[in-house]
Design a protein around this ligand. Structure first.
Ligand code: GLC
Length: 742
């Protein structure tokens, strides 16, 4: 529809009809079923609100959404179509690894392909928009939603934010436009704006206290990248920033997001976040909350009646201008128009297509490869890969049979579609010995609402018997693969944990198995980094597989038996213990920097643990071995004028006995500036494949733009001075060369 027509449509709409476009209701209000991903709306909705809401979340299915759309448009006074939205975070029905795992691949193309497959499957099921990518920077493993992010680093998160937006929406044309109406594409929504990943204490929804400089240099870049990639919508976060809830933060949403960052799309609140400004005690009531949110620039009210019950009155009373409403409605109409819904309100909803492409072989193969490429080999004392012939391997642990190995946000994933380790063994090693060994959890604390599906220790005698069986089978085996880890519900939204260890019952199993047979390979499932000191000390190998998704079991055996050589690197540091958290590689020097060897007292250190994490950002082993030559620069002076650059070079050689991939990383250290600067910052990476004995030169181009930061005057600029370029295979590389910016 032409813009002029949209304008005429808007002009013809009543105020009530316009206000209803700003309401989003859960699909379960229309069809008595649909995903509930937030607190129930305490005041309910009137039938009119449900009938005239502008968008719907949480429902999916071609036949169902066609039926809902048809009925809705018949009632809607101008036959304006709905937008169907849902959380497709890492796959619709073919579930990919959680985003935290995808970040470990250091392969944005992997995420782009996963997003494109998710778009194809969910579009065929009638969906128009996904609440993804989640780009919140995460540096606190206590926070349950680490799993949804691609990690602790601004630069890495930028690459994945762009890749996912392009995977869902398609790439921009020369004018920056995106063809959302194209078959198999859905609109993307970047979230949660802003800095939701830094709650005090790692406790979900808690206060965020960040300096503006840290917000701008660390937390905003990935949102900026999503905006530059053409993301269609942005979701506000639950938290306060500078003691202002994001949904009522006018400076954040209008001055920074729209004026500075250039976002022109739709802004939606997170679930009930407008109404929750009453809980934050900055709004006396829902009417005040509605005023604050509309003035701040929130277009859609997700799942509360703040807007639908108060905006009319606020306009009639002259408290807010109808122009604000019109601007919000126009952004929503434009999105509906970009999706082609005025011409085809059903978009790609097609039952036949749904049957053909969902979980098809091509998608499963892609998910299996992606999963294997996200596994991080943390330790390997020459025990992996398992010898194919080694029949005498026992597979033990509560995750061997577990089919729910997809993340907590895989709302539409199904256990019956998922390949567990046991499923993969039945196909690949039918004579493999296995035992459960222990329950998944010690108890149901915090997860009581899921009690009927939870696997926790309920019977002491049964537990003792399982342990006994496991120890006997371990003793009789040559090697034990021990599949341990978090339950999928122990991470995700409202799943913060103060202790990030494995449950006692699993640690008891680990100790019993290790006592029976020291040749233990731990396969670790989790939605976050965990405290695995004891495991990593005693096991011969540790493979972090996160929550690998639909093809997880196959991918795990592919790596354990060497069909795939692990190549992933940590996108988030594994803390030595929870006392270290938040811990990340890019901290500041401080006035009393500490190195392990120092003995002085008055230094920035702990008395009882090291400063360094157990495993750092960018770290991961391979079955191959790689030698990286000293870094050389083709110049040592970078001139401030545009276009000047320096090339850093290393030569990487595979000195191992099998083919593999190495992630070569470039970090820059600004040695001195007008404000404190991180000890180093990731500014580039290359994932390269090498056969045994093969070597390749790897180049990085260093530019002045790369050196910019928010300076003492709050300006984003570089400053002349000395820098180091580090090039290596983790954030702890000491392979450096110095250069000067003049
Ligand atoms: C939830 C989450 C958000 C999600 C939304 C809709 O509360 O915070 O990430 O997209 O509600 O399900």
């Amino acid at each position: 529809m032409e813009q002029q027509k949209l304008q005429e449509l808007l002009s013809d709409m009543s105020l009530t009809e316009k206000v209803d476009q700003l309401l989003q209701v859960g699909g379960f209000y229309l069809e008595k079923e649909g995903m509930v991903t937030g607190p129930e709306n305490t005041v309910g909705f009137t039938q009119e609100e449900i009938d005239l809401a502008g968008t719907v979340l949480g429902s999916i299915g071609a036949e169902k959404l066609r039926r809902i759309q048809k009925a809705y448009m018949e009632k809607q006074p101008h036959h304006i179509p709905l937008i169907f939205m849902a959380d497709i975070i890492n796959g619709y029905r073919t579930i990919f690894p959680i985003p935290l795992a995808q970040g470990c691949s250091f392969d944005p193309e992997l995420a782009k392909e996963g997003a494109a497959i998710a778009a194809r499957e969910s579009a065929a099921a009638g969906l128009h928009l996904t609440f993804s990518p989640m780009v919140d920077l995460v540096r606190d493993a206590r926070w349950g939603r680490c799993m949804e992010s691609t990690g602790e680093d601004p630069y890495l998160n930028r690459q994945f934010a762009r890749a996912m937006v392009e995977g869902y929406q398609g790439e921009q044309d020369a004018d920056g436009a995106v063809a959302l109406a194209k078959k198999g594409k859905i609109a993307a929504c970047v979230k949660h704006f802003a800095a939701y990943g830094a709650p005090i204490g790692g406790r979900d929804y808690n206060t965020v206290e960040l300096s503006e400089r840290t917000l701008r240099d660390d937390y905003l870049p990935a949102y900026q990248e999503a905006i530059e990639a053409g993301v269609s919508m942005l979701m506000t976060s639950f938290n306060t920033l500078d003691r202002i809830p994001s949904s009522g933060n006018r400076r954040l949403l209008r001055d920074i997001l729209r004026d500075e960052m250039g976002f022109k799309g739709v802004v939606i609140s997170d679930w009930a976040a407008i109404e929750e400004m009453c809980n934050h005690r900055i709004a006396e009531d829902r009417k005040e909350a509605a005023r604050l949110a509309m003035e701040a620039g929130v277009d859609i009210d997700m799942c509360t009646t703040c807007y639908s019950r108060n905006l009319d009155a606020l306009v009639q009373e002259g408290i807010i201008s109808e122009t604000l409403i019109d601007e919000a409605v126009m952004r929503i109409l434009k999105l509906k128009n970009q999706l082609g819904l005025f011409e085809n309100p059903y978009k790609d909803a097609d039952e036949q297509e749904e049957k053909e492409i969902i979980l098809c072989g091509e998608h499963r193969r892609a998910a299996r490869k992606a999963a294997a490429d996200t596994f991080v080999l943390l330790k390997n004392d020459n025990i992996l890969p398992l010898k194919q012939a080694a029949a005498n391997t026992a597979f033990i642990g509560p995750h061997v049979e577990n089919k729910m190995i997809y993340g907590g946000w895989s709302l539409f994933g199904r256990a019956e579609d998922t390949v567990s380790i046991a499923d993969a063994l039945r196909e690949r090693k039918p004579d493999a010995v296995s035992a459960k060994g222990s329950a998944m959890l010690d108890n149901n604390r915090g997860l009581e609402v899921f009690d009927d599906t939870l696997d926790y220790q309920r019977d002491e005698r049964q537990a003792a018997a399982m342990l006994q069986e496991a120890a006997e089978k371990a003793k009789a085996a040559e090697v034990v693969v021990l599949a341990l880890g978090e339950h999928r519900l122990q991470s995700g939204e409202a799943a913060s944990r103060a202790n990030i260890t494995l449950p006692d019952c699993q640690m008891e199993l680990f100790r019993a198995v290790h006592a029976a047979n020291p040749n233990v390979v731990v396969v670790l499932f989790s939605g976050r980094p965990l405290d695995i000191r004891e495991i990593t000390q005693k096991a011969k190998a540790v493979l972090a597989v996160w929550q690998p998704g639909t093809e997880g079991g196959n991918a795990i055996l592919d790596v354990l038996y060497g069909d795939v050589n692990p190549s992933a690197k940590l996108s988030m540091s594994f803390p030595y213990c929870v006392g270290q958290v938040p811990v990340f590689y890019g901290g500041m020097h401080t006035g009393r920097p500490y190195e392990e060897s120092m003995k002085e007292k008055f230094l920035s250190r702990y008395l009882d643990i090291p400063n360094k994490p157990l495993y750092p950002f960018g770290y991961g082993l391979s079955y191959a071995a790689f030698d990286i030559s000293p870094v050389t620069l083709d110049g040592t002076v970078l001139i401030h004028e545009k276009g000047s650059s320096i090339r850093a070079k290393v030569t990487v050689r595979n000195t191992g006995s099998c083919a593999g991939q190495e992630v070569v990383q470039l970090y820059i250290q600004d040695q001195a500036a007008s404000v404190a600067r991180p000890v180093r910052e990731l500014k580039g990476f290359r994932k390269i494949a090498l056969d045994p004995g093969e070597e390749k030169e790897v180049y990085f181009t260093i530019t002045e733009e790369m050196l910019r930061f928010t300076n003492i005057d709050m300006k984003f600029a570089s400053e002349a001075g000395n820098f180091y370029a580090f090039v290596g295979n983790s954030s702890e590389t000491q392979n450096k060369a110095e250069f000067l910016l003049k």
